[in-house]
Design a binder for this molecule. Structure first.
Ligand SMILES: [Zn+2]
Length: 496
């Protein structure tokens, strides 16, 4: 390669041309507002305080920069204004217990083969559409040690997607594959059953944790559930070894647990999170468990303990025998076909006998009372949907989780904190609050959820990272896919 020597006048000319082009572009840019002021809404900030009536907040780039009352902010020159008079604004929701990626939502089927970047993003779009800004996947499909010197070779889709900021989609974080006694992890569809590390000795338990922490999970998920005596499960020596090993690496542990006895042992082992109500097999929380929780807090021993009650399906079943109004909610119909809604919930609920409904109602009340007692002792209730089966409606379940938490006994304001600020803190996501410096993730509502929590579903707009989610484009995409699916199933039935 030889160097070209440019005559001075040509260089000057080039510089002039470049700089005028630059100036022209700068002009074009100054016409674009540097910030946007959203004014006039009732603002629920997500910290549990009284809402700010006639609020104003400024979004610059992907962050909130000022939050307060209309007329009291320093408005930057050239800022755009959005009038939200008559609307209510709340932070976007955060889900600490998702199982997304395995479903083909249109077909209503599940498989490891569906776990692609494209499908995971489709689910993150469904979450964004419903006002969810971030989710933590649990039991995700990614490569792990098989504990016999080999690897599963399941790829790294969750690890790649968690690094991305995808327009019109919720942020994704992962708690990895999980650890369980062989075959006793997630049940239901076989695609998820063998995902966790299968451990049955203390050595395997420690080896699994050592491999697990390398993918930097939000927490280590374990299952302690013998499925009504039909399966073996992690024993106390195994889960103690897991907790001890995880804590060496400063990684928290989240558990799916059922019995009171295991809840006590897990609590003593320093486990931080519960992916359901800690005691939920028909037993009641007792004073001894309450005392262990209080002792943990008193001696500052991993004092931030949380649970995602995920009582959504139980709460939905308490409405069996009749037709609950949410079945006809336009928001639900935006992402699921009428046929799917009837198949998953409409018909099963209609078929329930009064005795079945009564049994479910009693179970819901016992679990709710267990959760509220533990909350009173100092544990936090946070939102998590457990969307691991096709009838666990992705996105819409985040909305029903809010309503089921109110049915458990939280106030609407407490339920909103449980679905915004608190899960954000646990997942270490800079969101969940309308506050200067936080990610500008918020929902504009046509009605006030503090009056009636179901109003959180009256979504007017969703903004994530300061950008309006293009909900009509997403809606059009899913509608086209639904029409296509209906056509091809018609064609299939003709061929039969
Ligand atoms: Zn789950």
């Amino acid at each position: 390669m030889h160097r070209v020597r440019m005559p001075l006048y040509l260089l000057a000319l080039t510089f002039l041309m470049l700089s005028s082009a630059w100036l022209w572009r700068l002009d074009g840019q100054t016409a674009q507002p540097t910030a946007t002021v959203f004014e006039g809404a009732r603002l629920i900030t997500g910290d549990g305080s009284s809402p700010i009536e006639n609020s104003a907040f400024i979004v610059s780039g992907d962050k909130f920069t000022q939050v307060g009352r209309r007329g009291e902010l320093r408005i930057p020159a050239g800022a755009a204004h959005v009038d939200l008079t008559g609307k209510t604004v709340m932070p976007a929701l955060i889900d600490l217990h998702g199982h997304i990626g395995f479903q083909n939502v249109m077909q209503g089927t599940m498989s490891k083969a569906f776990y692609t970047r494209e499908n995971l993003i489709d689910h993150l779009e469904r979450l964004a559409y419903n006002g969810v800004g971030a989710t933590v996947g649990v039991g995700d499909l990614e490569d792990r040690s098989d504990l016999r010197g080999g690897r599963t070779n399941w790829g790294d889709v969750p690890l790649q997607v968690r690094k991305e900021v995808i327009p019109n989609a919720a942020l994704f974080r992962t708690a990895g594959t999980g650890i369980a006694w062989p075959g006793s992890g997630p049940q239901g569809d076989p695609s998820r059953v063998d995902v966790p590390y299968p451990v049955s000795t203390v050595e395997e338990a420690r080896a699994a944790v050592q491999d697990y922490v390398r993918m930097k999970p939000e927490f280590i998920k374990i299952w302690v559930d013998d499925r009504g005596g039909t399966k073996k499960t992690l024993t106390p020596p195994l889960y103690r070894a897991i907790a001890e090993e995880a804590h060496k690496y400063n990684v928290p542990v989240g558990v799916h647990n059922v019995t009171l006895a295991n809840a006590k042992e897990l609590m003593r082992a320093g486990v931080e999170g519960w992916l359901h109500v800690p005691v939920r097999g028909g037993e009641a929380v007792d004073d001894e468990l309450i005392a262990v929780v209080k002792q943990r807090i008193a001696r500052n021993d991993r004092p931030k303990m949380w649970m995602t009650p995920a009582l959504i399906t139980a709460w939905m079943d308490t409405q069996g025998g009749k037709r609950p109004p949410w079945l006809d909610d336009p928001l639900l119909r935006d992402t699921y076909s009428p046929g799917q809604i009837e198949e998953y919930w409409g018909r099963p609920l209609a078929k329930m006998t009064p005795e079945q409904v009564e049994r479910v109602r009693r179970d819901f009340e016992l679990q709710a009372s267990n959760a509220m007692k533990l909350r009173a002792a100092g544990m936090r209730i946070v939102s998590g949907t457990d969307t691991g089966q096709t009838r666990f409606l992705i996105g819409y379940f985040n909305q029903l989780d809010l309503e089921s938490m109110v049915a458990m006994g939280l106030t609407p304001s407490e339920a909103i904190v449980a679905a915004t600020r608190d899960p954000a803190e646990i997942a270490r996501i800079n969101a969940g609050l309308v506050r200067a410096g936080k990610s500008a993730d918020f929902i504009v509502l046509d009605a006030n959820p503090l009056e009636k929590i179901g109003n959180s579903r009256r979504i007017n707009q969703v903004y994530l990272r300061g950008q309006k989610v293009d909900r009509s484009a997403l809606n059009a995409k899913w509608l086209a896919e639904q029409n296509h699916a209906t056509k091809s199933s018609l064609n299939n039935s003709k061929q039969k």
